[in-house]
Design a protein around this ligand. Structure first.
Ligand code: ADP
Ligand code: MG
Ligand code: MG
Length: 200
């Protein structure tokens, strides 16, 4: 399976642009319950991926996703780097086994489980998993792209009511309640950007 270079480049640019436009907002969310760097971390990661677009264009899709994952681990840093990195690397790895028995939603499910394993976290812990799992569920139910994006945004908003169980926000205990999780928010932004790009 060869990566469709134009499609991949468009998706990378859509992700980079939405993170750049919302970097301050993501930092503000992270200032409330973390150390205030999530926007700059994500921005650095997206810029690093954009910078290697030419190299990615020549790779088969699973290899391209693994390379993106590795770049994210090395460039985002913090807690989010290894988690977003694991998501992309696991997707690349799992995509190699895609066949009639194994569709994309099941590949994505495996990759999200790998993130949960890496973070020793679960749905409901107030993390990016609280957006990833609902998005996977919407995809598995063949929801239209507009609904998937809406589901991602609503899921990020729902993290406000949760108590953080993992990462820096968990140090705040009950005081983390009432704030949207920055990682959930970046994940919703990325999902929406990807859905919008695919609808164009
Ligand atoms: P750091 O907390 O190291 O500064 P970031 O601010 O970039 O890293 O990322 C914070 C986000 O990472 C959180 O909002 C949360 O969504 C996610 N996160 C942190 N720890 C975990 C974990 N153990 N499992 C899943 N997600 C996590
Ligand atoms: Mg942070
Ligand atoms: Mg940090």
């Amino acid at each position: 399976m060869q990566a469709e270079p134009v499609l991949l480049a468009g998706l990378i640019e859509a992700c980079r642009a939405t993170i750049a436009a919302n970097s301050d907002h993501l930092c503000a969310l992270d200032r409330a319950i973390g150390d205030g760097d999530h926007g700059t971390n994500m921005r650095r990661g997206c810029e690093a991926v954009s910078a290697e677009e030419a190299a990615l264009a020549g790779l088969p899709l699973p290899d391209a996703l693994e390379k993106i994952g590795l770049t994210l681990v090395m460039s985002i840093g913090g807690a989010a780097g290894p988690l977003y990195g694991t998501l992309l690397m696991a997707m690349g790895r799992e995509l190699r086994t895609l066949d009639e028995e194994r569709d994309f939603p099941s590949v994505l499910k495996q990759a999200i489980d790998a993130v949960a394993c890496r973070g020793r976290s679960h749905a409901g812990d107030k993390t990016l998993l609280d957006v990833l799992y609902p998005v996977q569920d919407a995809l598995a139910h063949c929801s239209p792209l507009t609904d998937i994006a809406r589901r991602a945004e609503l899921s990020a908003e729902l993290t406000a009511a949760m108590k953080a169980m993992r990462g820096r926000a968990s140090y705040l205990g009950d005081r983390s309640i009432g704030h949207v999780d920055p990682g959930a928010s970046s994940c919703a932004l990325l999902t929406t950007a990807i859905c919008r790009y695919l609808m164009e």
